[in-house]
Ligand binder design. Structure first.
Ligand SMILES: [Zn+2]
Length: 184
């Protein structure tokens, strides 16, 4: 799905003003601009973008929040055959805007902290953090599609089950904490 006509998501915004005005931003980020993400994946097509929708709002306690959705095509490295596999990463997240670690600790559990300056937040970097969080730690082709399946079957007793290999969607929490506290 090419969205060549879609506008680029603004990189830097005034997040508190957007929250007070309940602004919705929608746009694309070129994947080639996200170097940490680029280093973590097998690759992506030329011109590939991450499509992002961000809804800024303020709750009854005047807590500023961002609800986000993202979707991007990417190529990952199958950990069985070490070959490329196509995947679409999707994520939904709800962040609470904070300007200090103290504020971050006061957020209700359902909000992830989004640490920003008071008048400036880097939306590209925040999106990149979210992308890194949804990267599967152990990507595998479907068994029928993996070029390494025959070698695999030679070593394993073949029983009835085409049991899917269990994939964990969770990254180690330490990585998450690390990403969330990084200030850009
Ligand atoms: Zn494979």
């Amino acid at each position: 799905m090419s969205k060549a006509s879609s506008a680029e998501l603004p990189k830097t915004v005034d997040p508190y003003r957007l929250a007070e005005q309940k602004i919705v931003l929608e746009g694309d980020i070129p994947l080639k601009a996200l170097h940490r993400f680029g280093d973590s994946v097998y690759g992506f097509e030329d011109g590939a973008v991450c499509h992002v929708k961000l809804s800024f709002s303020m709750d009854s306690e005047r807590r500023r929040m961002v609800e986000g959705e993202l979707e991007t095509p990417v190529t990952l490295e199958c950990q069985r055959c070490m070959g490329p596999m196509q995947k679409t990463l999707v994520s939904r997240f709800t962040l609470g805007l904070v300007t200090s670690d103290e504020q971050a600790q006061q957020l209700p559990k359902e909000l992830e902290p989004f640490l920003t300056d008071e008048f400036s937040a880097n939306l590209w970097s925040m999106t990149e953090d979210e992308l890194l969080l949804v990267l599967p730690p152990f990507p595998l082709h479907e068994r029928d599609e993996c070029p390494a399946r025959e070698e695999l079957e030679a070593f394993e007793p073949v029983d009835s089950g085409d049991e899917p290999v269990k994939k964990s969607g969770d990254n180690p929490f330490s990585v998450l904490a690390d990403l969330k506290t990084k200030k850009h």
